[in-house]
Every structure is written in structure tokens, then in C-alpha cells.
Design a protein. Sequence first.
Length: 278
Amino acid sequence: MDKQTQEIIEGVVAITIEYGVDIVGAIVLLIIGWTVAGWARRGVRHALERVPRMDETLKPFLAKLVWYVIMAFVLVAVLSQFGVQTTSVIAILGAAGLAIGLALQGTLANVASGVMLLFLRPFNIGDYVDAGGIAGTVVEIGLFNTEIKTRKGLCLIVPNKIIWESPITNFSRNPTRRFDITVGISYGDDVNGATDLLMGLLTGDERILDDPEPLAVVEELGDSAVIIKLRAWTASGDYGATVWDLNKAIKNELQAAGYSIPFPQRDVHIVSGGDANP
């Protein structure tokens, strides 16, 4: 063996000895980190399974997020085994994350809003909601968008950011709802008899709740009618049908009892041409 070959072999051995420990340490650290990340992922998933109102879509997402965070720290630790300046690596990762965040600003905003909707639960699947003028029944809640079915049967795919940044009215959250119906009768009609008749319609409907007590009162003396207001509570599921049936019954009962429902009137004064100002 000549001298040059011997020097090459000695150099390879020296490099192997110098970096072998680091390579072995990095492999061991990577295996340990991978194992710990897997345990943490499964632990978070099992813990979230015991959360009663946690959405099924959010559970694997959060568990996977924990795995990625741990593996990012493991990667930085592995690079430090070879003498790489982890500060610069973290700075590069931060800059890359910032660039990606700016490029996917709208998408990430929808994801963040979706996580908040799934975690805080302002509404559930099957609820009828109104968010920023978008009204309908919630069909599905995803990380990026929410599917809503309107009363006309249309399917709306709404970005979560729009819903989260808008006031949300949930018509299905509370078990009961109040409704108001206004009825006008003529000034020549018997007000007491009309209020008693209307009160009988409220108390005779099984869908109307006894508590809070329904009422029928004279709310206003209008320009062409005496305005009577009906106020009552019913179950949220019966709200629409109850109001529609009562409107029909009110019209029929008042008409059958001889009451008149006046329409708005306006007096028109005609001025002759000779009397008009030039």
C-alpha cells in the first residue's frame, strides 16, 4: 500500500470517527422523536375523544398538528448534532412560514375560522342560522367552508371566514321562541270582544306554551285601525307552522264574528285649476 492510499484511508477513518458519533446520535434522536411524536399524537387523539362536543373533523387535525410541532423540534435538534446553527435554521423556517402565510392568507384565515367554529360551536349541524344575511340549515362544518341549505333548497358553500366575522343568529339553539302578530280592526268594532276572541285562539292552540303566559293587548291607535298585538311562546320546531296557522285562523274567526280588518286609507284633496297658485 503506497503512502497516498494510506493517507486517504486514514482520513476516511478520522472522518468516520469524528462524525460517526454524531450520525448515530442523530439517528437515535430521530427515532426517539418519531416515537414520542406518535405517542403524543395518539394521546391527544384519545384525550379529544373524551371531549363531548368536539367535532370529529377537528380531532385528527389537532392530533396531527401536535405531531408536526414535535417533529419540527426534533429536526432542529438533529441538525444541531452536526454543528448546524439552529438559530439560522429557525430564522429560515420562520421566513418561509411567513411567506407561505402571506401567500395563503385567505385560506389560512378560513382554516382558523373553521377551527374556531368547530371548537366554540356557535351552531351545530341541523341548526337554522343567519350569518351576515346568509340564512339556512347547516348541513356540514368543515375546516375551509360551511355548507348551508336554504329554504329554497339551494346549497350554499360559505367560506368560514365570512361566517366567523359576521353576527350569527341561531334560531335553533333555544328550545322555545316568541312570536308577535299584529292585527288591525275597525274603530267601530268592539275592542274587548276582539281581544277576547284572539286570546281564545292563543289559549286553544296546544302548541302555545302556558308559561310565559300569552297575551292580546291594544298596542296602538293607528290612522285607520285599532292595532291589537298577540304575543306568545312556542317550541322552536313549531314556530313556523304555529304562526302560519294562527294568521289563517285570525282572518277566518274575525270575519266570521263580523269584525272588519281595514286597509290603509288616504284622503285625497283635489284643488281646482283656478284656485291653484301659479
